[in-house]
Design a protein around this ligand. Sequence first.
Ligand code: ADP
Ligand code: 5GP
Length: 183
Amino acid sequence: MIIVSGPSGAGKGTLIRRMHERFPFLRTAISATTRPMRPTEKDGREYHFLSEDEFLAHVADGDFLEHVIYAGNRYGTLRSEVDRHLHHGDSVVLEIELRGARALRDALPDAVTIFIEPPSRDELVRRLRARDTEAEADIQVRLAESLVELEASQEFNYQVRNDDLDAATAEMARIVDAVTRSS
Ligand code: ADP
Ligand code: 5GP
């Protein structure tokens, strides 16, 4: 299991997509969320998009390995998503924020953790605005979260600085290659 974390806008999704192109055996556990779907997203592909009631029903049933409220919406890792892939012996990638990563790291000590760092705070702001998926108020909440997240980067097994995308891709590929070979 590979846990990928880092501030919103650092490039986690972009880098993970590139890892799937290079390592076709990688599987991503699809999280559940209550946040609104972006125009580019599809239910069941980026997330299982749930209503608040649906999400809370999963919480009550103990279906989540971990779940948090982040920037006003709920996010959670479904046990079934992780088990489905692990049973097949596949390597599972999880993209989650800091509190979820901490909870899973404690629950799954064999997990390898990777932190994606932006080159600077200004560049993080630029990327979030350029992505154009959140309103300015939501961007500000994500930036506030990023201050806490960046402080925790050293808790992770690996740090990948995503300045030049191709260099970061190569760096992450080296890590994924090493991790999946030895597991
Ligand atoms: P995250 O999943 O961490 O929130 P994304 O992968 O959505 O971040 O990336 C945020 C934005 O920054 C996207 O528009 C993406 O295309 C862009 N981006 C990602 N990596 C780089 C990079 N190295 N240089 C410039 N832009 C980048
Ligand atoms: P976004 O709304 O940009 O897709 O995601 C916001 C944050 O939630 C990101 O840091 C992302 O990694 C995190 N996230 C996505 N799925 C989960 C999950 O299942 N659990 C936790 N704890 N965080 C998640």
